[in-house]
Design a protein around this ligand. Structure first.
Ligand SMILES: *Cc1c(COP(=O)(O)O)cnc(C)c1O
Length: 394
């Protein structure tokens, strides 16, 4: 029995690929899932084997058959040369940046980047002598104006965290590559099923696998996928930093991956339905969701992405803190909490104005980031309708 290598180029679908990628049942007695290999020590049968280190596994931190299975799967889905796993999505970002920059370099990060990535740049990178400039997510090829002789890397994230601006990744990558500058993309929102940043010109694509790949809010996990040019830098940073995920977390990533396509389809459909319903509510100023036809980023989303997940923002009209609390505190199905990508619906209020520096946030009222989960969409809408009723009476 041969390994089922799915070939999207010959018309085989991503939903099929995600089920079969990275699995070798007949190398493990026919059991369909790669088991959890726990381990630090790996034994070498001879002195020669120890000296040459030619066996596939040499130490637990480096790789196990479990980490290999997920790395192979994500590399294939992202269309990369290789993937390395990290202990979290934030560790994927920090490992990738530390792999590619040197002291004295300048880097460009999108203003709408995942906020803790900004803290990494402003605190640690600054201390190591790397200067960061934040740029407007809508800059496109205008990014070239910000390049300095020592600019080494551009980080993109589409759509932007919290505010969902779409970025023109091909235009930014073309400008960067003309100057030999690395392009790093945070591809967590789309997952490797709905966007392929390496095909759009990025050199490195990271995933907070904590979100949709794990998919059940029960593990922290990250992945860095590289093209050929970036591979040796990222591999050497992984070695130097000692970043590796736990065995159980890796297994949960593999397990989540198998149902990613079917979960995402539902998150997408319900997310758009809830977003459209919110758009028509009198309490809502606007909804930020690139899959909505009226969204400013819709044309780029349609060009570069093949789908949307369940995460978007609704900006409310001005309202009191008391009314907002009445809305949020009484919700039955939407939990209030960070992270997203699991099966349940979530909501968090946010205000990006204290940390955005290249753009100005102009929400007239509170902004709410919704993650639409796998519940029946009518139940979710009824929950929100009851919330708006409480808001009115507060
Ligand atoms: C959550 C998130 C991360 C970080 O992932 P963790 O696993 O929580 O460290 C990175 N990027 C984006 C866009 C995220 O939403």
């Amino acid at each position: 029995m041969t390994i089922k290598k799915v070939n999207p180029e010959s018309g085989e679908r991503p939903e099929t690929e995600v089920v079969h990628v990275g699995r070798k049942p007949f190398e493990q007695h026919g059991f369909v899932n790669t088991p959890v290999y726990r381990g630090s020590t790996v034994l070498y049968p001879t002195l020669e084997a120890l000296n040459t280190r030619t066996q596939p596994y040499t130490y637990g931190r480096r790789a196990t058959p479990t980490t290999h299975a997920l790395e192979e799967a994500i590399a294939q889905l992202e269309g990369g040369t290789a993937t390395i796993l990290t202990s979290s999505g934030l560790a994927a970002i920090s490992t990738a940046i530390l792999a590619l920059v040197n002291s004295g370099d300048h880097i460009l990060i999108v203003d709408s980047v995942y906020q803790p990535a900004r803290a990494f740049a402003d605190k640690m990178l600054k201390r190591l002598g790397v200067e960061t400039t934040y740029y407007d997510p809508l800059i496109g090829s205008g990014i070239a104006k910000l390049f300095r002789p020592n600019t080494r890397l551009v980080m993109v994230e589409a759509p932007g965290s919290q505010t969902f601006e779409m970025q023109d990744i091909p235009a930014i990558a073309a400008a960067a590559h003309a100057k030999n500058i690395w392009v790093l993309a945070d591809n967590t929102w789309a997952t490797p099923l709905y966007c392929k940043p390496l095909a759009l010109g990025a050199d490195v694509s990271i995933q907070a696998a904590t979100k949709y790949i794990v998919g059940h809010a029960d593990a922290m996990l990250g992945a860095v996928t590289v093209n050929e040019r970036a591979a040796k830098f990222v591999d050497s940073a992984k070695e130097a930093l000692g970043t590796c995920p736990g065995s159980e977390e890796t297994y949960l990533g593999l397990r989540g991956l198998r149902t990613l396509a079917v979960r995402l389809e539902r998150h997408q459909r319900s997310g758009i339905a809830v977003a459209q319903w919110l758009q028509d509510r009198p309490e809502v100023d606007r909804v930020l969701h690139p899959a909505l036809p009226g969204d400013p980023g819709h044309a780029i989303w349609k060009r570069d992405f093949s789908g949307a997940c369940g995460l978007f923002t609704a900006v409310l009209k001005p309202t009191s803190e008391k009314a907002l609390a009445a809305f949020l505190d009484g919700l039955k199905f939407f939990g209030m909490g960070y992270s997203w990508g699991g099966y349940e619906s979530l909501v968090v209020p946010f205000d990006p104005s204290p940390y955005r520096t290249a753009t100005r946030w102009d929400g007239p009222g509170p902004a709410l980031r919704f993650h639409v989960g796998l519940e029946a969409v009518d139940d979710l809408i009824a929950d929100l309708a009851a919330g708006f009723e409480r808001m009115k009476n507060a």
